[in-house]
Design a protein around this ligand. Structure first.
Ligand code: DC
Length: 233
């Protein structure tokens, strides 16, 4: 069924594990189609950033007493997205929230139900004309269950770790901070947590189009998603 009949604007949902290339693919597809872009992981990273700055550590952040504060931050995030720039409470954090420490903290807090709920409407508000490309873990399963196209982007863990390493170096993080062995270990731990959590776990929905980009160029992945979209609309 073409669910566009019921939805106001077309949505391309792209889910996948960390460093699968979903961000790069989603951004390029959005740009070429003239659609808006939602990097849902950035919202989780922003809340993680606030938690880190409140002095919480990965050991203390999941204390039940912290849940309401996490939800509160999520629902009141004072954030402005403009291309690569992300301004939180007047501070540019677009690059800082890409650090592995922030990603790992984001994966931890993403298990908290009240936080996920608080982010739900904020994510849906990104669906505006002419359309939206949204990337994350639960875009097709929870946030946009009626998405026009649902893509599950994946790649081998080792290849993803190498891509993440390159990305961190390109973003100006030092080789020390971007240690490859540590990245492989963190990536596996993060995948494990994101796939096995009780709420909105990372897995392809039944009607997802699974795209393995291990041996595929970025351009080929972009073209495949656009073709898929054109076939449906
Ligand atoms: O895509 P990312 O690496 O920026 O996401 C960081 C973490 O945020 C990820 O490990 C799990 C969480 N996340 C989520 O639970 N649901 C989403 N839709 C996006 C991210």
């Amino acid at each position: 069924m073409n669910q566009n009949h019921t939805d106001a604007v077309p949505v391309i949902a792209i889910d996948g594990p960390t460093a699968s290339g979903k961000g790069a693919v989603a951004q390029a597809v959005a740009q070429r189609l003239g659609f808006h872009y939602l990097d849902s992981g950035a919202l989780y990273r922003l809340v993680a950033w606030l938690a880190i700055h409140a002095g919480w550590t990965s050991d203390t952040v999941l204390d039940v007493a912290h849940e309401q504060q996490l939800a509160q931050w999520a629902s009141t995030l004072n954030v402005h997205f403009e291309g690569e720039s992300i301004v939180l409470d007047g501070e540019e954090v677009g690059q800082a929230i890409r650090a592995e420490e922030v990603g790992n903290m984001a994966s931890k807090i993403a298990t908290v139900g009240v936080l996920r709920e608080a982010l739900l409407q904020r994510q849906r508000d990104f669906a505006r004309p002419a359309g939206l490309v949204a990337d994350g873990r639960d875009m097709a399963s929870v946030v946009f269950p009626n998405a026009t196209v649902k893509v599950f982007l994946t790649a081998d863990a080792q290849i993803r770790a190498e891509r993440r390493y390159k990305q961190l170096i390109e973003k100006g993080f030092s080789a020390n901070m971007a240690d490859l062995d540590k990245i492989v270990a963190d990536l596996n731990a993060r995948d494990e947590r994101d796939r096995n959590r009780a709420l909105a776990p990372l897995k392809p929905v039944a009607d997802a189009f699974v795209l393995d980009t291990s041996h595929m160029s970025l351009e080929a992945a972009i073209q495949t998603v656009i073709e898929r979209f054109r076939q449906v609309v």
